[in-house]
Each structure stands twice: as C-alpha cells, then as structure tokens.
Design a binder for this molecule. Structure first.
Ligand SMILES: [Zn+2]
Length: 191
C-alpha cells in the first residue's frame, strides 16, 4: 500500500485559526509534512476549520495563495514575537481583496440583532480572508504575549496558551510533552 497517497493529517491544537493554518506545515528535516498539497486540500482544511461551507469548490490558484499567506503569516508571528518589522504585502492584499460583506439582521428565532457576514466571491482571497483576519486579531490583540512555540527542540508548532496559568509548554502533551519527559528521565538516570 502506498501511504504517500494520503495527505498528512492537519493538526488543530493551537487554539487559534491563524496559528493552526501556519501549523499545516510541521516537522523538520526529513520528517517535514505539508497538509496543503493542492487546491483541494486547502479547501478541505478551510471547511474542517469551520470557515468555509461544506461543498465549496476550490478555485484555481487557491493553493499558491494559501502557501504565500502561510509563509507571510509565519513571518509576521515570529517578527511580532521579536518586536521587529516584516513585509506585510501579502497579508494586506488578502485583507483588502477578500473582505466579506457584512449586514445587520434581525434574528427572529433568537429575538436579537446579529451581523451576517458573507464572502463577496469565491476567489482565493475571499476564502483565505478569515485566516488573515484571525492573524490580524492575534498580533494586534492584548494576548499575543501568550503565543508560544512548542519547547521540543525538533518541533516548530505554534500555539496560543490561553490556559489560566499560562504554563503550557508543548504543542501536545500526548506527543511532544511525553517525548520530552521520557528524554529528560533518560538523561537523569544516565548521569
Ligand atoms: Zn511539539
């Protein structure tokens, strides 16, 4: 059986849409994985993340723009962590071209007003706009200081530590957390 036919499973562990999007590329060296292989896998990711409706067709060019956005988003997050400037062209283009329409509506069932947001088009920029918007909110928000990279030396995954104590160290306790604890234990018993 050729397992390479199957795209790597996307991880949703960051507690933030933009960081989950950046995390679609993970692992280092030979173990590097990329969940965004083509237009189809990008639309599948957006649907799984809950920002595109099931059945949305993938427009041509979606994959190329998604990868541009991912590297720009990753650069911005790392730059913001170090309080330095970085090129914002890709992000700002998606923010401008993909901006959805908003409408105030009366919700008869809930008996309250709500804002209805819908995409202007099915262009790549419109589909990727929610990710760019989440990124803007993250880097300009007052909780940005709790964005962290997993402490495992061979893990590049980012997450937003919204726990009360802000002591989350690992992308996942089940994977890196355990791995690093076992390694630390081995080091202790060896010396
Ligand atoms: Zn990790």
């Amino acid at each position: 059986m050729d397992t390479r036919q199957t795209a790597p499973q996307p991880l949703f562990l960051a507690d933030n849409l933009a960081l989950d999007f950046i995390n679609t590329e993970y692992g280092t060296g030979d173990a590097k994985q990329d969940c965004l292989e083509d237009d189809r896998s990008v639309i599948d990711w957006l649907i799984t993340a809950g920002v595109a409706e099931a059945g949305t067709p993938a427009p041509p060019g979606l994959h190329a723009q998604a990868r541009q956005l991912r590297s720009a988003a990753s650069a911005v997050v790392h730059a913001a962590m170090n309080a330095v400037a970085v090129d914002l062209g890709v992000i700002n283009r998606i923010l401008e071209k993909g901006h959805p329409l908003t409408r105030l509506q009366w919700d008869e069932d809930g008996q309250h007003y709500r804002v209805d947001t819908h995409s202007v088009s099915t262009r790549p920029e419109s589909l990727l706009w929610p990710v760019a918007d989440a990124l803007v909110k993250l880097v300009t928000g007052n909780k940005f200081e709790f964005v962290r990279q997993c402490e495992a030396h061979d893990c590049v995954l980012l997450f937003h530590d919204l726990s009360k104590s802000h002591r989350r160290r690992w992308c996942s306790m089940a994977t890196c957390g355990n791995r690093m604890k076992v390694a630390a234990f081995r080091n202790r018993t060896r010396s």
